[in-house]
Design a protein around this ligand. Structure first.
Ligand code: GLA
Length: 423
């Protein structure tokens, strides 16, 4: 793998022609209109720093198409993402409940993705009912009642289509109700003690794992046990996030408790992950915090969220960090990938190139034994339902009642029209 990491954006004349030619595709998706994908050379962003790599042709300025391209079938339209990467890692999709039941959406998901994450329905603010836990008190004090009815449609869909599920997320400062941290689950009661919260954490993890295993045996292959516990910007010496009730009540060892309990109750072979954002900046701190947990045998991997933008370098933001985690003994997943567009219409090509570079780089790194990565999950199906919808960060867009593949999809598929290297 080359050391010097520079971006070379190669947008060839061919890109324009082939992009236009994808108006027709044979996978049931409606075609893309020429105006959506033909970049206006006047809008071309400043090229990223270029460095000639031997054997790589010099960047070519996009040329004006000289004649209207004739739409031709692209064989890649008959292929699917998960198949292209099946020898290296799974490819996942995060989904909101609204997707299930709409056949054109689920068709796309089942063909292209082998792993699935619920965007919300497995988070603590969805898994418990306050009244049930109040009424059940004191039996519920350290054994919260779990009612995950919201996952039924999604789990049924995953089961029917042989899609594995990554559970997101057990212990998180956000999307966990405040009442969960009080003595008796009443909103105006005082905070529970450290001792109660350690036992309640154990009860929560045990009951969620039990619920999933009893109702959906064998479907969940990994858990995000702790999400976003590290934030050196909050001023704590240990670099942990201060604004977290888990941290406030239990203290810094809430992370190791969570993994200890998760290992205790997780079915054999299920992988346990720590998940976070800005991993490149926090890389050393994450490794330092998690190494004792790894040594205790209670964690398997680190999930890198990867909410990126087109101005990010895949090499430094993703590759190097993933390699450091892998070198430190952790399995790696990219868990929440989206790449927001910064720039004009032309930027869709840059976005496609970034998606391509990321997937290709990880594929090669896995093949070469450099990075132990086992899944890349894209955080959302199509732009208008993304949490970053103003940045159009995903690989599909909605067109009427259909889903349309964006150039980013072709980038992931390593289509020759999306040429990009970043070294
Ligand atoms: C974080 C969480 C995700 C999701 C996104 C925003 O990355 O881990 O579950 O909430 O924020 O959508």
């Amino acid at each position: 793998m080359k050391k010097c990491l520079k971006t070379v954006l190669l947008v060839l004349c061919l890109a324009l022609l082939t992009a236009c030619s994808k108006n027709t595709n044979s996978s049931g998706n409606s075609g893309r209109t020429t105006s959506e994908t033909t970049p206006d050379p006047a809008n071309k962003p400043e090229a990223e720093p270029t460095e000639q790599i031997s054997g790589t042709p010099a960047p070519t300025e996009p040329a004006e198409p000289t004649e209207t391209p004739v739409p031709t079938a692209n064989p890649i339209d008959d292929m699917y993402i998960k198949d292209l990467y099946k020898d290296e890692f799974m490819v996942g999709m995060a989904l909101p409940n609204s997707v299930f039941g709409k056949s054109f959406l689920t068709e796309t998901v089942k063909n292209n993705f082998s792993s699935m994450t619920f965007e919300n329905e497995m988070k603590p603010d969805y898994t418990m009912n306050q009244n049930e836990n109040i009424e059940g008190f004191p039996a519920t004090e350290t054994s919260p009642i779990i009612s995950m009815t919201g996952i039924k449609r999604g789990m049924d869909f995953a089961k029917e289509n042989g899609i594995k599920v990554r559970m997101h997320t057990l212990i998180w400062h956000s999307q966990t109700p405040d009442w969960f941290f009080t003595t008796d689950y009443k909103s105006d009661s005082p905070l529970a003690s450290r001792d109660v919260m350690i036992k309640r954490m154990e009860g929560y993890i045990r009951n969620v794992m039990k619920y999933l295993e009893e109702n959906y045996p064998g479907m969940v292959y990994c858990y995000d046990v702790v999400n976003e516990a590290i934030d050196p910007g909050q001023g704590e010496k240990n670099g942990l996030r201060k604004e977290s009730k888990w941290y406030e009540i239990i203290g810094p060892d809430f992370i190791s408790y969570a993994f200890e309990f998760a290992r205790k109750y997780a079915p054999e072979g299920v992988k346990l992950y720590y998940n976070d954002y800005n991993c490149a900046q926090k890389c050393n701190l994450i490794i330092k915090t998690l190494t004792p947990i790894l040594e205790a045998g209670n964690i398997d991997g680190i999930g890198m969220q990867c909410h990126l933008s087109t101005s990010d370098k895949i090499s430094s933001k993703v590759y190097r960090t993933a390699k450091s985690f892998s070198d430190a003994g952790f399995q790696v997943q990219i868990t929440e990938l989206d790449i927001g567009i910064t720039g004009g219409e032309y930027a869709e090509l840059v976005q496609a190139m970034k998606y391509r570079v990321l997937f290709e780089t990880m594929q090669k790194a896995k093949r070469d034994g450099e990075i132990n990565i086992d899944c890349i999950t894209i955080w959302g199906l199509y732009d208008s339902i993304s949490w970053r919808k103003t940045e159009f960060p995903l690989i599909y867009r909605q067109k009427g009642t259909e889903l349309e593949k964006k150039l980013a999809w072709y980038g992931i598929m390593q289509d020759p029209s999306v040429k990009g290297v970043e070294w």
